[in-house]
Design a protein around this ligand. Structure first.
Ligand code: F0G
Length: 345
């Protein structure tokens, strides 16, 4: 059951809203005990890479596209660091409307680029960063009358709240702390709103602390300073001017949480740790979460025994280059048993 069917009564849809469904949402919440035990916490990972286009974006895109169709939109447009464009292109293909995507040239992971192209979107590589591409996409939406499906589209945030609802339903409560990568800052804002909904509806009693993680080279919220030239290996969150900055700051302040930065080396180390000690392969941006927990652990600032959920926002397969950059080559042998036995020794 997709997000619109599962949570329709809590979302702004009516009989006039076309049903759109790629069976998004309902992603696994997996207990990561080997790592949790090492850190002294109860650790859960929300595997958003299991969504149909391989990232959390599908949760918000399904409602944004349904509402765009309801409003008679002719086409979709977005700017993206990769995942939004993959998701928009997938849903546009599913419902049969054109999709235009603006990407920061040379800074989008290979898998995401392949997705947008094979889903049939018109892909435009802009010689500028994501923040500039987003300005151009907004102007394009106005000039051409296309539906803008970046997170400036309010339906994206509303429908991404479903991630928080699912976590509370799985755990029977909210976690003590919710740890999430922050780029354009929509997802942290959506999760906070989702948790607050569940509290207001009497389904949970306590709210989590919201811990937002940014890459050191793209950390306008963590540092409180603008970042005109963002740079990080976690290309998904290579963003200097987050659209939902104010909502994200409110989420962290109201929840008694914090913003943290992690370096590219810490992100890659966390990616390898997550994969090799839990069997979960997530893309670099997602692994900022574990990198943040490791950093808090080293500083003796992790509340021992508490329940932490990390949002693993995108599938590791989207960015094979990042993973391959830190592992060795396979052992090569001839097709002889002696060579195999030698290699195993
Ligand atoms: N993780 C991944 C894998 C992402 O793709 C993004 C954002 C984020 C985290 C950050 O989420 O922007 O809501 O704070 N990707 C956008 C894109 C910007 O274009 O795909 P956020």
């Amino acid at each position: 059951m997709g997000v619109l069917k599962r949570y329709g009564t809590y979302l702004p849809i009516s009989e006039k809203t076309p049903s759109v469904n790629l069976e998004e949402g309902n992603t696994p919440l997996v207990r990561l005990d080997r790592i949790g035990n090492e850190l002294g916490i109860e650790l859960w990972g929300k595997l958003e890479g299991c969504n149909p286009s391989g990232s959390f974006k599908d949760r918000g895109m399904v409602l944004a596209v349904a509402k765009a169709l309801e409003d008679g939109a002719r086409a979709l447009v977005c700017a993206s660091t990769g995942n939004t464009s993959a998701s928009a292109a997938a849903y546009a293909a599913h419902v049969g409307i054109p999709c235009y995507v603006l990407l920061p040239s040379g800074h989008v992971a290979m898998g995401k680029l392949a997705q947008a192209l094979i889903y049939g979107a018109k892909v435009i590589a802009v010689d500028g960063n994501f923040d500039r591409a987003l300005e151009m996409a907004r102007t394009c939406a106005e000039l051409k009358g296309f539906a803008m499906v970046n997170s400036v589209n309010p339906y994206r945030l509303i429908s991404q709240k479903t991630g928080a609802w699912e976590i509370c339903e799985s755990l029977g409560r909210a976690p003590d702390a919710h740890v999430i990568p922050v780029g354009n800052a929509c997802n942290i804002s959506a999760y906070w709103a989702g948790y607050k909904d569940f509290k207001a509806w009497g389904k949970i009693t306590e709210l989590p602390r919201m811990i937002g993680i940014q890459a050191e080279g793209a950390a306008p919220l963590a540092t409180g300073k603008p970042c005109p030239n963002p740079e990080t290996i976690a290309t998904a969150i290579r963003i200097g001017n987050p659209v939902s900055a104010e909502l994200a700051k409110a989420a962290v302040a109201e929840s008694g949480g914090e913003f943290l930065t992690v370096t590219d080396d810490e992100i890659l180390a966390a990616q390898a740790m997550l994969a090799s000690k839990s069997g979960v392969f997530a893309e670099p941006a997602s692994c900022t979460t574990l990198a943040g927990l490791v950093k808090l652990g080293h500083a003796k600032k992790l509340q021992q025994g508490a329940t932490f959920v990390i949002i693993l926002t995108g599938n590791g397969l989207k960015d094979p280059d990042a993973a391959l950059s830190q592992v060795g080559e396979p052992v090569r042998i001839g097709a002889e048993m002696e060579e195999l036995l030698e290699a195993l020794a």
